[in-house]
Design a protein around this ligand. Structure first.
Ligand code: DX5
Ligand code: ZN
Length: 213
């Protein structure tokens, strides 16, 4: 299982240190939640702060856009050379075009699905994607309860991926912990995002990451 801790649960007063801690603690990706206050009822960070994250990180960035006007934000963050940029299918009229735009920057394109969105919504985009991100909470905040219907969704998506693009990864984001990660793995999930479980773990960040792995 690959682990992508979400810096949304870090201490933003000690951001560089908290980014180094997850990288040294054995994470695979650094998950960056970009919220615009329109698509979701919360506002987070822009390219100035993410540049500081990129400087501190020794692992690749996984940028999760929760915004309106995706193309504008792709242009803003692409110069920071993240490994992945994901955008929400619910907020994009021309997902196929946006995937090409992300790939033209040399960045791996991913699409995110809200809890209500069926995997069939992106069936005919799977061949173009490197990853699908399934939300297991409503996007906007860390520390929410895991929505368990994501397990069935991951199983269905996995079957579609096997048929259309076996290299495409499945990532799950929201409420992930050392209990539900086992079910997620059995359902075919490759990457888990974890914010509060990693940053608030009583035994520390490295222990939390190895528990998820
Ligand atoms: C929610 C974000 C998540 C969040 C996960 O909109 O996309 O990445 O930080 O936090 P936890 O693991 O605490 O649910
Ligand atoms: Zn996220």
């Amino acid at each position: 299982m690959l682990v992508a801790p979400s810096i949304l649960s870090s201490d933003f007063g000690n951001l560089a240190e908290d980014v180094r801690a997850i990288c040294e603690g054995g994470c695979d990706l650094v998950h960056v939640d970009v919220m615009d206050g329109h698509f979701v009822p919360n506002l987070t960070i822009g390219p100035v702060v993410v540049e500081a994250v990129a400087k501190a990180a020794t692992k690749p960035l996984d940028i999760h856009l929760m915004v309106q006007n995706n193309a504008f934000f792709v242009d803003l963050f692409a110069p920071l050379k993240p490994s992945f940029i994901s955008f929400h299918i619910e907020e994009e009229k021309h997902p196929h075009r946006l995937i090409q735009k992300i790939r033209a920057y040399g960045i791996r394109p991913a699409i995110t699905l809200n809890p209500h969105t069926p995997p069939e919504a992106i069936e005919f985009l799977l061949e173009e994607l490197d990853m699908v991100l399934l939300m297991s909470v409503n996007p906007g905040f860390g520390g929410q309860k895991f929505i368990s219907s994501v397990i069935e969704k991951a199983q269905r998506l996995k079957a579609m991926i096997e048929k259309r693009n076996p290299k495409c990864l499945i990532e799950v984001d929201g409420g992930v912990n050392d209990k539900n990660v086992k079910e997620l793995e059995a359902a075919g999930v490759n990457v888990v995002v974890a914010g509060s479980f990693v940053y608030k773990h009583p035994d520390g960040i490295a222990k939390a990451i190895s528990a998820l792995k």
